[in-house]
Design a protein around this ligand. Sequence first.
Ligand SMILES: Cc1cc2nc3c(=O)[nH]c(=O)nc-3n(C[C@H](O)[C@H](O)[C@H](O)COP(=O)(O)O)c2cc1C
Length: 427
Amino acid sequence: MSKNTMKLQGRQLFEKIGKPTKIVAPMVDQSELAWRILSRKYGATLAYTPMFHAKLFATSDKYRNDMWCSLDGDPTTDRPLVVQFCANDPEYLLTAAKLVQDKCDAVDLNLGCPQGIARKGHYGSFLMEEWDLIHKLIKTLHDNLDVPVTAKIRVFPEREKTLDYAKMVLDAGAQFLTVHGRLREMKGQKTGLADWDIIRYLRDNLPRDTVFFANGNILYPDDISRCMNEIHCDAVMSAEGNLYNPGVFNGDEEMDVDANKDKIFPRVDKVIREYFEIVKHCEGSQASRIAMKSHFFKILRPFLPQHTDIRSELSKMNAKIPFEEWDTKVVKPVEDVVARIFEEQDIEEKDRIIVGPKELWGGHYKTVPYWRCQPYFRPVNGVTADKRVVQALENKINEQSLNSDDNEKKRKAENELEMPAGKELKV
Ligand SMILES: Cc1cc2nc3c(=O)[nH]c(=O)nc-3n(C[C@H](O)[C@H](O)[C@H](O)COP(=O)(O)O)c2cc1C
């Protein structure tokens, strides 16, 4: 039997890895080993590695050793796992993929990266016009690799073209398809809202047995079930939602949010300690050590503006500073501060999660105390759209809509007031 016929088809693979529904997205410098281990403890059921550069991975020992170590893909601590590469040369891609095929469940091709570096390097979303090359890249892995190949795409403005594109990717041999519902241009300040309608259109028009993951707009746990219900996808992938709050994977639709706040919006002191101990145990994972500072900043994002002494200590840290110093200067001080907060008499009242009314975009904002992990609201045009600002903006919208029944006016106001990452008001 040829390798290709022995290989698991998408649906078989999906079942073999336990039908995961909550996926940690591939994130450069952020979905490394320690973070994946933490995310799984908080409910993630599949994780992708950061994108690795196939040619460098295949040819540079230094690059490979910085990105990947013997603990990555460990069957007891780091599975199921998909390893992602960017590439524009089938041979380098295959060489790189063969180096990890024994330590992962599938190898993914990145067709979504929109950054300048991808334009220069000619990969990611900058291959979106080169269908023959994409087909060849995927087919080369499909024909020659022991594990299945998968792909993650962005969308075109035209949904029919996107459908043809997705069909081509599947025809080449991709066994899972992840669709990030944003255009190539939607990045940085222009990130905006992912388009679930086009993702749904693809889902509805691709063969039923396609293993299909939706990506974009997940900030709260209940967004995951909303996404699954709206799109009928097999699973939902989250990047930023997971980075700022690993608890985003740890809830479900029916959960009483306040009663389950330790799962859904875990305390920053607990998460920092747990994550820090995992990094210590991942000795040998250079990537985990290097990513630590950035993860600390993200986990502690609501906390640091209130405790600027800790913020200034954290900003002085780097990957070479011994763990003991990280512990005494950052981790323990965070624990001490939160412990003191929890000694306050009215802590029960202060520690409430307040669920707002149902919004036009279909979900609910939640007010979460600053000592708990929570979603990040992306700054737009220099304005940090934290909860307070978002609230002020919403009040303005409400005022405008009270003063006028003119829907067009309301829509304009909403568009001007750009919302959090992936959470503009959707009308
Ligand atoms: C820090 C960061 C790094 C990312 N790196 C990658 C990557 O390596 N490969 C990739 O396909 N997408 C990458 N992305 C995009 C995400 O995987 C995801 O498609 C995008 O952020 C939309 O999901 P979200 O709305 O849940 O954030 C990255 C995103 C972030 C925030």
